[in-house]
Every structure is written in C-alpha cells, then in structure tokens.
Design a protein around this ligand. Structure first.
Ligand code: SAH
Length: 400
C-alpha cells in the first residue's frame, strides 16, 4: 500500500479540507507510488486524512480525491463525481450552449477542466473538450472520458492538454481525439441568443472563454445605442454581445489575426450589419493610447486582457500593465460612460485589482464609481476551502 505521512502539524490544511499536499509537508512515503497512483495520506500520528493522487515531479506532491475513509478511488468514484458535476450544471446553467461541466478542485477532480459546446442548430450532440493538468486525472483519463460520455450523452471528446502547467507534473503537452468523431473546423454554439464559432482544435484554452458568459450578457444589457470599445476581444465575445444589445458602433482590438477572422465570421453568423463593427489587428496598449490621442471617445469600454501575472513574482509588472490600460480606458469614456474591466490573474486578488483600478482613476482624475463586482459564472464554483480557485475578477465602473 502507498502511504504518505505528513510532518507534525502539517495536517491542519487537510483537516480544513484544502485538497493539496505540498512536498515540504511530507515526512515519508511508503511504497513506490507511480505518477497519479492513489496514496493514503496520514497525519504524523497516523490518523487518516484522505486518499490522494501522487505526483512525484510536482511541488504539489499529492491532490486529495476524497476525505472519506470509506470511499475507494475506482471507476465508480469517477462516475459519481462526473455525474454530480454534470447534474449540478444542468440544474444551474441555462440560456447557453457553452458550459464548464468540470472545474477542477471545485468538482472534486483536481486538475481537470471540461467544457461542453452544444451546437446551435441542434444537430449532433455537441463536443466535449478536456484539459488534464495533473498526474492524477492523467492516470484516470480513460475512466473520466467514459464517465463524461455516459453522463452527458455526448460521444465526442477532444483533448486540449496543451498547457505549460503539465510540465510541472512531468507530463508532456498533448492534444487530440479521445472519443467519438473528429471535431468539425468550428462548432457554432449559442450563448444568450448570440451565435459563436468555436474552434476547439486551435482556439485558446478549450476554444472559447466560457467564464465570461454572465459578463457578456451584462454588456448586452447596457449596450443599446452606445459606442463600444472592446480591447483584447479574441473572437469577439463582448463585441457580438454589444451588437446584439443594439450598440451603435463597436471597435474591437486583438493581436491575433486568427481570432479576429473568427470574430468576423461571428458577425455574419448572427446576421449583424458588418458596418457597425471595426476590427483592429493591433497591440491593445498602443491602440488605447492612439485612440485617445486622436480624440476618439466611447460610451462603453471593455478590457479583458490575458493573464498578466503568471505567478507571484510577476505581480508588480502586471499591476503596472493593468493600471496602464485602465487609466487610458477611463480617459476614453464620455461622461456617464461604463468601464467593464477584468483580471484573470490568480496572483492578483480582487482587493488588489480594485486598488490598481482606483490608482488608474486617481491618475485619470475621475470619480469612478463601482456599480458592480464581477466574476465567472455559476459553472465556475469556488470551493470555500480552496480560495486559490478564484482567478477571474472584474469591476463595472461608471464615471460622472
Ligand atoms: N474577452 C474575450 C477573451 C479575451 S482573451 C472573450 O470574451 O472571448 C485575451 C485576448 O487578448 C486574446 O485573444 C489575445 O490574443 C489577446 N491579446 C494578448 N495580448 C494582447 C495585446 N498586447 N494586444 C491586443 N490583444 C492581445
């Protein structure tokens, strides 16, 4: 049997149901657990703490599957966890074809992400896209895929484990078909009445930023008759939502030509007037400044940049970058204008993000007011024992 015994007093976080065991908390390992193998985690006094997946190459040396001494880790375990996650989403999420079915630790499956894209036309059963980011879920991949197809009735499963975090687990990056048919070039899915092309093979992450659904819906609500600037637009998520909401004009910026090509396809897929939309293949930092210098002004600005802080060491530099875009974003607003601003850096918490934005408002010399605090949708739950799971935060601001 594989047993991991912790050093004295290192059991505290596990007793609070935090699912990670760091290498430096471990006193000794009995047995020869392979990567992803199940180990029993015990406190220094021998007390059972949990069953976990062992990851010999990672500083997060084990991730707990279950704190219940009577729960074995077998095929039935994964079937139960997947079924519960899928049932939760069915009960909680509506109005969208793009749903995060499994969100790692919050669904008791550390290191696993699964999104489902239903086809708008209603033909076919859609597409599941997975990211396996830890040794444990990697070892149980087959069981997980079987559980997913059975719980969802969707036979098509594609893997997008092309994420650098796998290297910390001693795993190579992989992509490819896991079950069913090869995905089509794009899947057209529908979110809150807007059609989006999703390229699960080459798109970012699993193809679409599912986490911004509620925020795109909010922009749709407030876009009517407004002139909108959407920076870091990717395939036009917020831009299309604004057009659906009746925006007069939408200017969108991204440095990925491919993403912008898909965005333009999205305009056509929705039958929107292409004249209302301008797509700029450019650096958003420079474009914000140029638009300001040229005297352009907007009623609604969206800033949804990529993760600027990959880890704690990058927080200072990231803070300067967030401040820079928020400063110019605020200055570009007309009186009464709205700023939707986001950070998806886990290393920058919501308090710090608000401070950065406050600094930008001070420098812009505007009395910005927070109308709403924003985050990911209900299909991205946050485990109370695991605050590390929070990454996306945002603010809706208005200037006088
Ligand atoms: N808001 C989008 C997701 C944005 S993801 C949605 O709802 O779908 C972040 C985007 O920023 C990516 O598309 C990436 O290509 C783009 N990007 C990264 N650095 C950039 C830069 N310096 N200038 C412009 N775009 C950038």
């Amino acid at each position: 049997m594989n047993i991991v015994t912790l050093k004295p007093s290192k059991e505290k976080s596990l007793l609070r149901r935090h699912p990670w065991v760091y290498a430096n908390a471990i006193d000794r390992v009995e047995g020869k657990p392979a990567p992803g193998a199940t180990v029993i985690v015990r406190a220094a006094d021998g007390r059972f703490l949990g069953r976990a997946a062992y990851s010999p190459h990672s500083q997060i040396r084990a991730r707990v599957w279950s704190f219940d001494e009577n729960e074995p880790i077998d095929h039935a375990f994964f079937k139960r966890r997947v079924q519960r996650a899928v049932a939760d989403r069915r009960a909680m999420v509506s109005g969208t074809g793009a749903v995060r079915l499994i969100f790692g630790e919050a669904d008791g499956l550390p290191g696993l992400i699964v999104d489902h894209y239903a086809e708008d036309a209603g033909n076919g059963r859609g597409q599941l896209v997975c990211q396996f980011m830890a040794a444990g879920v990697e070892a149980w991949k087959e069981a997980i895929v079987a559980a997913l197809t059975s719980a969802t009735g969707c036979p098509n499963v594609y893997e997008r484990s092309d994420v650098s975090i796998r290297e910390k687990e001693g795993l190579e990056q992989v992509t490819g078909l896991l079950a069913g048919d090869e995905p089509p070039e794009t899947i057209v899915t529908n979110e809150n009445g807007v059609r989006y092309h999703v390229d699960v093979r080459n798109g970012h992450k699993t193809g679409f930023y599912v986490d911004q659904r509620d925020n795109r819906a909010l922009v749709q609500t407030y876009a009517s008759e407004r002139e909108v600037l959407n920076c870091f637009c990717y395939t036009g998520g917020f831009s299309l939502a604004a057009m659906k909401g009746g925006a007069k004009r939408v200017v969108s910026v991204d440095s990925s030509g491919e993403a912008l090509a898909t965005a333009q396809k999205n305009v056509d897929a929705n039958g929107f007037d292409a004249q209302r939309a301008t797509w700029l293949d450019a650096d958003a930092f420079k474009t914000l400044r140029r638009l300001y210098d040229e005297g352009e002004r907007f009623d609604l600005v969206v800033l949804d940049p990529p993760k600027f802080a990959a880890s704690r060491e990058h927080v200072d530099r990231a803070a300067r970058a967030y401040k820079d875009i928020n400063l110019t974003g605020l200055k570009l607003l007309r009186p009464g204008g709205l700023l939707f601003t986001y950070s998806c850096s886990g290393a920058i918490d919501s308090a710090l993000f608000q401070k950065i934005v406050a600094g930008a408002a001070a420098d812009a010399k505007v009395d910005a007011r927070i109308l709403k605090r924003l985050g990911a949708g209900v299909d991205h739950p946050l485990l109370t024992a695991f605050p590390e799971g929070e990454y996306l935060k945002g603010l809706l601001l208005q200037i006088p």
